[in-house]
Write a protein that binds this ligand. Structure first.
Ligand code: ADP
Ligand code: GN1
Ligand code: MG
Length: 380
């Protein structure tokens, strides 16, 4: 989190957006968030009598999300489904799912006079976003949160599902995009990345196995989060138990093992900015074990044996794919992922490729942890 210098125009359109949502009370304070790589988020504090209420106001990145209205319809419908599931279990849904704030004219997002799109949510109170390496309990509950998310959406209709980004976690497609970026070499950066390209070419076969298993009918696609990294789950402020899974932009059909793997790559890189020096690449096998246990417990028995067997593969593939995406963005001039310094995307790529190598070195350990957790799952 932090402040970035905003242009006068940026401030003016943000202020315009602010006055167009049904917030309770009058604006007291706003603060810019730097957490995500994609959207611009502000925490808004409003005063109504003696009460203070907080909201998240976000400028939707329309370079990434081409149809914000449809995106928001998805998010509202998914959140309503989760809310019903929580109530159905006798739980309290307040603060446990996203609540979309409508605009003054009743829409789920606001189009500003410059053509930008904004949305607002209730702030999830009593929460903290995960940073750094948490303790075992927090690791377990963050895994549990994404597993439970999968369970909550297991009966959400897949037919007619609006996919906000085509082929989002289609690793072969991501590889084609990389090859195109290499071919164009718009910024003359290809000469700096020969080692990375060699790594990609050596690994592309084994890192696209998940897609092949799906094509052969061995594993299903389910409605998954698709961006299950740790700052997208809000924990109770004391770090014990998860509260709410956020950032629902990429929820769409995909692979459970990729969601699981996103958590693993994130713990491994030891940094919320994901741009640590490559020699810091590390995955604690106890974390792997604990996160897998939490994830599986959250799914409450719905995963197949084959899916569980693909968990280590999913971790390796999503880490590889993420590195490929950072590399592609670097070649394309850092247009997709926000950066705060030059070379940040190539650094992000490098540590991801090192993490893939790390997983390969510890493959047998990862597989035997998976076998142990699979047995436990089958018994429970
Ligand atoms: P991005 O797509 O850019 O990652 P997110 O939706 O994940 O954007 O939001 C960025 C950050 O803002 C989150 O990591 C979290 O810290 C905070 N945040 C987002 N939504 C909420 C919310 N409803 N309540 C509290 N904090 C939130
Ligand atoms: C982006 O939005 P954020 O920061 O939670 C990206 C993910 C990447 C991730 C890498 C829509 O996630 O796919 O895995 O960065 N989101 C989108 O940290 O591209
Ligand atoms: Mg996010």
């Amino acid at each position: 989190m932090g402040d970035r210098v905003k242009t006068e125009l940026e401030v003016a359109v943000r202020d315009e957006a602010l006055t167009n949502f049904c917030f309770d009370g009058f604006l007291k304070r706003e603060q810019y968030y730097m957490d995500g790589h994609i959207n611009d988020a502000y925490c808004i504090e409003c005063q109504s009598g003696d009460d203070t209420k907080r909201y998240i106001l976000q400028k939707i990145n329309t370079n990434v999300f081409k149809d914000p209205m449809k995106l928001m319809d998805n998010i509202e419908s998914i959140s309503a489904h989760i809310r019903r599931k929580i109530y159905g279990e006798g739980g309290d849904a307040k603060n446990r799912t996203m609540t979309v704030i409508k605009t003054l004219d009743g829409k789920p997002c606001y189009r500003d006079s410059m053509g930008g799109y904004w949305r607002a949510y209730d702030f999830v109170e009593g929460s903290s976003s995960l940073k750094g390496i948490p303790d075992d309990e927090t690791i377990y509950y963050s895994g549990y949160a994404f597993g439970e998310f999968l369970w909550q959406l297991a009966d959400y209709p897949m037919e007619g599902f609006y996919c906000p980004i085509d082929g989002f976690h289609n690793t072969p497609k991501r590889l084609k995009e990389l090859e195109q970026a290499v071919g164009m070499d718009q910024y003359g950066r290809v000469r700096e990345i020969s080692q990375e390209l060699e790594f990609v070419r050596e690994h592309q076969k084994k890192c696209t196995l998940i897609e092949q298993l799906y094509e052969r009918g061995k594993i299903p696609k389910r409605i998954v989060h698709n961006d299950a990294k740790l700052n997208n789950v809000l924990m109770q402020a004391d770090g014990k138990e998860s509260l709410c899974v956020i950032d629902l932009d990429t929820v769409m059909p995909g692979y459970a093992s990729y969601d699981f793997g996103d958590g693993i790559r994130y713990f491994g890189s030891k940094s919320v900015t994901e741009d640590e020096p490559p020699e810091h690449a590390f995955i604690d096998m106890e974390v792997f074990d604990c996160y897998l246990k939490g994830y599986l417990d959250g799914t409450d028995g719905i995963l197949t044996e084959e899916e569980i067997r693909t968990m280590p593969l999913g971790a390796r593939s999503i880490t590889f794919e993420c590195g490929v995406r950072f590399l592609t963005d670097y070649l394309q001039g850092d247009k997709y992922f926000k950066i705060t310094r030059a070379s940040q995307n190539i650094d992000r790529c490098r540590i991801h490729f090192e993490l893939v190598k790390y997983m390969e070195k510890h493959w047998d350990e990862m597989m035997s942890i998976m076998e142990k957790q699979l047995k436990r799952y089958q018994k429970s």
